[in-house]
Write a protein that binds this ligand. Structure first.
Ligand SMILES: *[C@@H]1O[C@H](CO)[C@@H](O)[C@H](O)[C@H]1NC(C)=O
Ligand SMILES: *[C@@H]1O[C@H](CO)[C@@H](O)[C@H](O)[C@H]1NC(C)=O
Ligand SMILES: *[C@@H]1O[C@H](CO)[C@@H](O)[C@H](O)[C@H]1NC(C)=O
Length: 216
């Protein structure tokens, strides 16, 4: 069981995660740190003089990238980043944390009409490993779940039944005395998820203390 999950996690991290967003979408655009983001602005850039601006202070000094009729003109926004290509679609091959933020796009059609759009980009580090461990303290076992990436929710199941779900709260869970079976922790954010299952046994607890007074 654990081997299968291990392989699944390995495959997930090895694969390139790709997210597609569009400047006319009304919800936030999530992108995975270190992975690819395609941001559609216009289908045919050759008809537009377009500007993509990262809103920082809302002044003239905010970094901007201008693409006129499919050719990059001034681009201090993605300056020196060879992994970024831009015409009608902005393609970032390896997203960095600093790509998070609020962007504005201004499109001026060759016919003269101007349109604009706003988009919030949120970068999250994908979850590539989850680790579950147990400990016993005065007869009660606790299970602890940890992961890399930017975890947002932890969900627990015991023998397939949901134990607890929620936002960030439950990365430790107390089990009832005598609980055994397979406990599984799954961790999610907007760009990925990971899971690990382990088997738990009841804590040795009082029984052991009574049985071995000489040693304990
Ligand atoms: C993103 O868009 C490209 C091009 O249209 C498509 O090939 C790809 O499957 C899309 N990826 C996702 C995750 O939707
Ligand atoms: C945009 O750039 C990509 C990659 O360089 C290229 O394949 C595509 O044809 C370009 N599209 C336009 C509309 O210029
Ligand atoms: C980008 O390159 C220019 C010229 O090579 C350099 O002056 C500038 O500091 C670089 N910017 C960044 C952010 O590395």
């Amino acid at each position: 069981m654990m081997l299968i999950f291990g392989l699944m996690l390995l495959l997930q991290t090895a694969a390139c995660l790709e997210f597609n967003c569009s400047f006319d979408q009304s919800y936030a655009c999530y992108a995975a740190l270190g992975h690819k983001l395609n941001l559609l602005m216009v289908l045919d850039a050759s008809e537009y003089d377009l500007k993509i601006i990262k809103i920082i202070n809302n002044t003239q000094d905010d970094p901007v990238c201008r693409v006129k009729y499919g050719r990059i003109r001034d681009c201090d926004l993605y300056n020196n980043r060879t992994e970024v290509t831009i015409n009608g679609t902005l393609i970032i091959k390896r997203v960095i944390r600093a790509d998070s933020g609020n962007y504005k796009i201004i499109l001026i059609h060759s016919g003269g009409t101007e349109t604009s759009g706003d988009l919030q980009v949120i970068v999250e580090a994908p979850i590539s490993s989850v680790n579950v461990s147990t400990s016993c303290s005065s007869n009660q076992s606790s299970v602890f779940c940890s992961s890399d990436g930017d975890p947002i929710t932890y969900n627990w199941t015991l023998n397939g039944e949901i134990l607890e779900q929620g936002q960030m709260v439950g990365n430790t869970i107390q089990l009832d005395e005598g609980t055994d079976g397979n406990i599984s922790c799954s961790v999610k954010n907007h760009v990925s998820h990971g899971q690990e299952t382990i088997s738990v046994e009841p804590c040795p607890g009082e029984l052991l203390i009574h049985e071995c007074p000489h040693i304990c």
